[in-house]
Write a protein that binds this ligand. Structure first.
Ligand code: 4AD
Ligand code: MG
Length: 460
């Protein structure tokens, strides 16, 4: 009998054939004359219904790893097919083989578990249907995004995790080297007299690559010592970043961002997987998800408004909001969900709100200085992407660093890009887990990554 994954069975069951299936027991139900088990192997949101004798079923328990052989038959139940486990024949391999038993203390018994509880059992939390489809979507999105970039002429690069620069200057870096040898020898490794951090963004290094290769992208871990305990922030997350040379228009950068996300909208097989794994949730949630995917793939380009326009639009609901204020997460969500009713690029924020590297817009009133940047906001989530044109004038960049109390000597290598062969360029970064939350309807970003880390928690 051929060994089949559940995914291959769903795609082409080949009823009547013999098959061997490996997987984990999700549940067992015993009656007088017959027993049923539900087997999952994580290759699909579907599970396999298995029919066997009560005697055979004694070997099966929830959580056990098994190998079952039998005949694929049409199912009288609501599944399309089932595996009828063969009867044991003396001298032949047992059609029920327990590869790894699990006793009754297995922590994932068949019942509803909260996300909070599942986080306490990191070894098993990905075995639930809803969670496993999130991992399959991550894989899907990653490869679609890679495919998109390749088709758009981008080269994929790798940037460092350990860096001596704090790209965003927001004081959220994890320091791994203070710049001073530790007298107490608590710090086992010394990078020299410059501080070293875990990267908060690959952008500055991507700019170097863009100066050599024109269009580059990468997907890398980003680390932020976020104190905020929210459902959208992690201390370790993955960022997809792109950097484009020879672009003088923010529009070109936004178009790439938009096309990249469109490429990651679930195709019909992925859509079925996500809906199937949400079958326990309300039909409203399933509808919401379908609407979101439609919203992302509608042919019309996504809305674009300036920060100044956004403030005007929001003032009806938030009368005290004035030019210069940061938009709160509530305001971002309101703008996307209720005013625009879809994804929206908000551009040209006040300069004082944004990092030093963003390109300054020409303005007549210096008190209203803005930068050529955008945030992509989506309903219910808020910020999904941040991007900008980069300041390419050496002198202007120096004075921006000055305004931000930065020491130019620390970023000489970055400034040098403006000294020799400076080029107009721009780029963006997307929080990959935020995309996963939005597309899969994950409430808390901690369920959008394999092993979440946040302030106060690093389980394993
Ligand atoms: O807006 P941010 O801070 O932009 C940058 O870091 C730029 N240097 C990127 C670039 O232009 N290459 O971060 C980019 C995105 C945010 O829009 C958000 O989606 C996500 O990264 N993000 C987080 N995701 C999860 N947890 C956190 N703590 C995050 N902080 C930012
Ligand atoms: Mg941002």
């Amino acid at each position: 009998a051929s060994v089949r994954t559940i995914r291959s069975l769903v795609e082409s069951p080949r009823l009547g054939e013999d098959a061997t299936v490996n997987g984990w027991v999700r549940s067992v139900r015993r009656m007088k004359k017959v027993a049923f088990a539900d087997i999952g192997d994580g290759t699909s949101a579907d599970t396999l219904a298995v029919v066997l004798t009560p005697e055979q079923s004694k070997q099966l328990s929830t959580g056990a790893c098994v190998q079952l052989s039998g005949k694929l038959s049409e199912s009288p139940g609501n599944q399309k097919f089932e595996l009828q486990v063969a009867e044991p024949v003396p001298g032949k391999p047992d059609p029920v083989k327990v590869l790894g038993p699990a006793d009754q203390s297995y922590p994932l018994q068949k019942k509803f578990h909260t996300a909070e509880y599942l986080r306490t059992i990191p070894s098993f939390r990905w075995k639930t249907l809803g969670n496993s489809s999130v991992l399959r979507y991550r894989s899907y999105a990653q490869s679609r995004i890679a495919r998109y970039f390749e088709s758009a002429g981008f080269t994929q690069v790798s940037s460092p995790i350990i860096t001596s620069s704090d790209c965003e200057g927001a004081g959220e870096v994890f320091t791994i080297n203070s710049g001073e040898p530790d007298k107490n020898q608590k710090q086992p490794y010394f990078f020299g007299d410059k501080p070293a951090y875990l990267s908060v963004s690959s952008q500055l290094h991507l700019e170097v690559y863009a100066a050599a290769l024109s269009r580059v992208w990468n997907m890398a871990p980003a680390f932020r010592a976020e104190k905020s305990d929210t459902n959208r922030h992690l201390s370790e997350f993955w960022m997809v970043e792109a950097e484009l040379a020879f672009t003088e228009s923010l529009k070109d950068v936004m178009t790439v961002a938009e096309q990249m996300i469109r490429a990651a909208v679930p195709d019909s097989a992925m859509a079925i997987d996500i809906i199937q794994s949400n079958k326990q949730s309300s039909s409203t949630k399933q509808e919401t998800l379908k609407q979101r995917w439609q919203m992302l793939s509608q042919p019309k380009p996504w809305a674009r408004v300036t920060y100044t326009e956004a403030v005007e639009l929001l003032r009806k609901e938030f009368p005290s909001l004035k030019w210069g204020d940061s938009l709160s997460s509530e305001q971002e969500k309101h703008l996307a969900a209720h005013i625009i009713q879809g994804p929206v690029f908000v551009t040209d924020y006040p300069m004082h709100q944004k990092p030093f590297y963003m390109k300054k817009n020409a303005v007549s009133d210096e008190t209203k200085a803005t930068v050529a940047c955008f945030d992509l906001l989506v309903p219910e989530m808020g910020e999904l992407i941040g991007g900008s044109l980069r300041e390419d004038d050496h002198q202007t960049l120096l004075s921006a660093m000055n305004d931000n109390n930065m020491n130019p000597d620390d970023l000489e290598w970055y400034l040098d890009l403006r000294k020799y062969g400076s080029f107009p360029h721009g780029g963006y970064g997307m929080g990959f887990e935020r995309l996963v939350c939005f597309v899969c309807g994950v409430e808390n970003i901690r369920e959008a990554i394999g092993f979440p880390r946040w302030a106060g928690s690093c389980v394993c």
